[in-house]
Design a protein around this ligand. Sequence first.
Ligand SMILES: [Zn+2]
Length: 137
Amino acid sequence: MTSLSEFSRAVERCAAGRGEYCRMHQSLQGATFHVEHIILRSRGGKSEIENLAWACLGCNFHKSNRVEVTAPDDQEPVPPFHPRRHEWDEHFCSEGYQVIGITRIGRATVETLVLNHERRIKIRQDVLTSSSLYCTL
Ligand SMILES: [Zn+2]
C-alpha cells in the first residue's frame, strides 16, 4: 500500500516545483508549496494520487474546500480546474504577465484563485525581466 507521503513525493516530482493551478515556481514565492487534496477528505476526497495536487499557498487558500466555482460568463457553477482530470493548456493560456482562462472552468478558476493578483503579476514581471530566472507560465 502506498502511503500519503509517497504519493506526496510523487506529486511534487510530477509538478517539477510549479503550482499546478497558477504554474508559478515554488522558488519564486519564498514559501514551501503544499500537497493539497483536490477534493478535501471532509468532502469525500481520497488520499490517492488522482486527488492530490502541488499547490502554492495562495491557490490552496483561495480554492479551500470548493467543489464548485462560479463561471463569470453566466454566474453558473462549474467545477474548478482539476489538475488530474484537466489539461492546463486546454483551460488557460498566458498573455503577458497574466493567466487567461479560455474555458468557463478556466475563467472561473482564474477568478476564484485570484491567479492575476497584483503580487503574482509583480512576481511574473520580475521573473521575465530577470536574466537569472525563467518564466514559469
Ligand atoms: Zn498557485
